[in-house]
Write a protein that binds this ligand. Sequence first.
Ligand code: HEC
Ligand code: HEC
Ligand code: HEC
Ligand code: HEC
Ligand code: HEC
Length: 335
Amino acid sequence: MTRLRFLHAAAVLAGVAALFVSEPREAAPEGPPVSVPAVLNGCHLCHAEYVKEWADSYHGKAWTDEMYVAAKNATPKEKQATCNPCHAPNPTQGALGKAPTLRSKNQHEGVACIACHQIPSGKPDDIGTIVGPLPAEGMVKGHANKQDKTMGTDPRICISCHGTDKDHNQYDSWKGSQYEKDGESCQSCHMPEVKRAIYDKKGALPKDAHRHTMPGAHDPAMIRKAALIDALVAGGKLKVTVTNDGAGHNFPGGGEREVVLIVTVMGADGKEAAKYRETFDLRTKNNRIKPNEARVLEFEAKAATGTVKLKLLYKLLPEQDEAKAVVAAEKDVKF
Ligand code: HEC
Ligand code: HEC
Ligand code: HEC
Ligand code: HEC
Ligand code: HEC
């Protein structure tokens, strides 16, 4: 029996075993079956919920997503090869924190499970040793396991790709922040907890596990957690405060993005008295808002009484149509 067929048989057996325990694995979603890509080394055979979440995440789309493909094609040919390694990486275990190398197989699978979890054995189609946060003791294993107790709490596992390139660096601004001091790592915000059936000797009982959805710049709910805005008018001056209240790193997080503050002052007569805008980005102004920083901007009030309308937009690319940008925060302040 080939290694892969053996694994398939093991998966079927694991499935059969699951029928005899009190708590089944997550119920299959209703409706048509969800198609998921074949993940390198067949992880989907035994970890279907993980694969489904990952396939919908930008790790699953890292090679195929339109924005990446367009940006790569717009990069001079001789430099394109520098883009690829993080978007279709070889396993990073053993070289955590170092920029990854390009995988030659199944590049369309992007940041595949093996990028974070695998120590390859060197044999083709072999799962190798899987590094994870759970204790290996008592676990029914589909493969060899090595426990890394720090995997859920140490940003090390993220740094190879999120800390070695200036455009895609969340680590440097997280480092030294209050979040680091409070022990809130990348995983605390980007890998929400979920109870999930994990096999051990007692069967597949619900245990603390973590979603692999990695919500970020493409998730409006996540964007709305990031910032607060407020204003006050005193002595003819208008002071607007933009606070990075929920991103554990610079806001906006990535070098491609742009945050736009739009301030409209409406006089007591209901007419527009003044309009201001400010952008926060890496590329042109290099003025992103640090974690927990309250950035104060001062303008002329241009009216004695009225309303200040504040709006903060999050743009995935500077050229994105503002009408399509996510509203990160919005507030009207009377004065
Ligand atoms: C060091 C690893 C690394 C390298 C090298 C790299 N990227 Fe990325 N890329 C990332 C990470 C991490 C993200 C996640 C978002 C962020 O940090 O901006 C990303 C996101 C992107 C996005 C946003 C995609 C989206 O759907 O929103 C684009 C576009 C992109 N990269 C283009 C490129 C191009 C073009 C190059 C080569 C010039 C490149 N990247 C090189 C790691 C890398
Ligand atoms: C034959 C079935 C099978 C296959 C295939 C399989 N696994 Fe597993 N894996 C298991 C079982 C059973 C466990 C025990 C925990 C559980 O039920 O999720 C486990 C545990 C894990 C853990 C937790 C380990 C720890 O110590 O925290 C990780 C991570 C993991 N697998 C990743 C992978 C990846 C990545 C792949 C593909 C390269 C893969 N698995 C393929 C059955 C399998
Ligand atoms: C970007 C890195 C990364 C990728 C890609 C990734 N994982 Fe994980 N995985 C983690 C981290 C980090 C943890 C530990 C989370 C924690 O403890 O907070 C984890 C935990 C796990 C666990 C242990 C139980 C749990 O939920 O904590 C399993 C099982 C697992 N991953 C399977 C997979 C499978 C299957 C894939 C591919 C579909 C995958 N992972 C892709 C980083 C990754
Ligand atoms: C091996 C490289 C690699 C590692 C390791 C890695 N990432 Fe990523 N990550 C990427 C790439 C590449 C993208 C961007 C994919 C795209 O949009 O094209 C990305 C995207 C993301 C996004 C979504 C960004 C968006 O635009 O919405 C989040 C959130 C994220 N990663 C968090 C993490 C966390 C947390 C860890 C550590 C547990 C981690 N990543 C480890 C390469 C990696
Ligand atoms: C306190 C919660 C929190 C922590 C801690 C945190 N993030 Fe984020 N992250 C967010 C929020 C909110 C956003 C969305 C707004 C933004 O872009 O800054 C985000 C956005 C992102 C993005 C998308 C950026 C883009 O432009 O595509 C990536 C990638 C990311 N985080 C990775 C990380 C990594 C890596 C770490 C650890 C070094 C980390 N995050 C720590 C909350 C957090």
